[in-house]
Design a binder for this molecule. Sequence first.
Ligand code: NAI
Length: 513
Amino acid sequence: MPVFVHFLAISCSPQRTFAPPNIQSSIVKYMKIAVAKGDGIGPEIMDSVLHIFQANQVPLEYEFVEMGKWVFDKGYSNGMTPEAQQTIENLSILFKGPMETPKGKGVKSVNVTARKTWNTYANKRAFQTLHGVDTVFSKAGIPIDLTIVRENIEDTYGGIEHMLTHDVALSRRFITRPGSLQVIKYAFEMASKNGARRITCGHKANIMKITDGLFLEVFYEVAKEYPHLKADDVIVDDLCMKLVSRPNEFDVVVLTNLQGDIVSDLCAGLIGGLGFAPSANIGDHICIFEAVHGTAPDIAGKNIANPTALLLSGIAMLRHLGLMENAAVIENALLYTLESGVHTGDFGDRSTQSVNTTQFADAIIANLGKQPAHLARPILPNKPITPTSFKLAENPLIMSKELENEIIVGVDMFIESSEQPLAVAEKCLLHTGDLFKLITIANRGTQVWPKGSSFTNLVNQYSCRFESIGDAAVTQTDIMELYKRLMKDFKICSTEILNMWGDKKAYSLAQGQ
Ligand code: NAI
């Protein structure tokens, strides 16, 4: 029996409270979180942020875990030790520095592995004008205050890729209804809670009608539950143009994974660069807070990196944990420091001397308690979230209601061939049997048989669509028999079953079909 998961649960809960030695007050409750310093500039910026937290007496205790490049090098293929995984699953919160993915070793990014393993389905990235960080928009007096919510698990980030022939690579792109629902629901809930005026879905559903079409369909389904929010959609290329010309028109934007990755880096550029872009990876049980930027190997070990993005991620984590007062005091000190012109080498007034990472953190510490002239955060009391214990006995299966009227009506056979389309068709037609007819042959998604153009360049891999005669239901065994017949003439690289739901085709047409 599938377990239906409620999509509304959007917060993760730290497990326990701790009262470590050396605490300042007997009423302070310490929550414990996992911290991974990361690679490259990671340790430098993490130390600076934790130093600021310590100066503000943030009631957190840290358990440092082993993750990153050096863990790959020790032979752990997922970039983290089993102990690190256990600690993070126990504590529910991971504050992490950037981590390097070793190149050319066939290993996957530990950053992506962490997000996927713990189902942190929403990546929230907030971009706001920071006074003291000059940009084209700040100079033009155009304020930016927008949040990108990027789907964090699916899409091409599964990295499920194959060479179909020596010339043809294929990447599988998964967009699922439950996965889309989780992230879109989170985006609406967050937008509603924060009093957003508009929520926009960025997509490419005009081209990817089934995958992005599903994401967009779910967006408008969820929108019905939030009638007070203005919900609309923009095609992603148009969205990029609009974001760089009129960013102040947008408020919350939700996108699929790859498009969200690109658009959020674009937005980082709008507010001054990667050094100012924080991110929160939100799941129902485990949340990960990290900067958007990477390990910056070109400046690692020099103590010149800008810790702001990681600090902003840490501030978002404090708010997530209900540590509102600490978050506001630290953010005000950061804003005050930026306003006063203190800057690391990557931003600010080049005619004034830059400070290093440690000096930047020290300046923030010296400004704790000060109010910035712009965007001062109200000081609300801390309300640490009630710790609850979490243990999952089995993997949650997230699925929507099963369809009753699904039938198989055909198959796409992806075959290797360097022959002309007509020759491929003639061979296919020998093997259709009594149940199937050959409908179309496409090359790189463009129809080349029965109609086509001799101007279409070919590669050595075709997709041949066989549909059942009269759209009658066929079985997987029927498809296996067709497969065996075709094998006599072709190497079959891959297959996709063609399903019908009622009178709706659950597959796309080839271009020109
Ligand atoms: P990157 O973000 O590390 O660096 C791009 C440019 O921005 C560099 O010139 C760097 O010096 C500068 N930069 C980045 N952060 C900065 C900061 N805080 N202060 C001042 N300058 C800063 O991107 P790159 O070079 O593409 O990736 C390097 C490594 O980081 C790769 O191994 C990549 O896989 C990894 N990476 C890790 C991420 C994560 O842990 N979430 C995210 C992105 C990349």
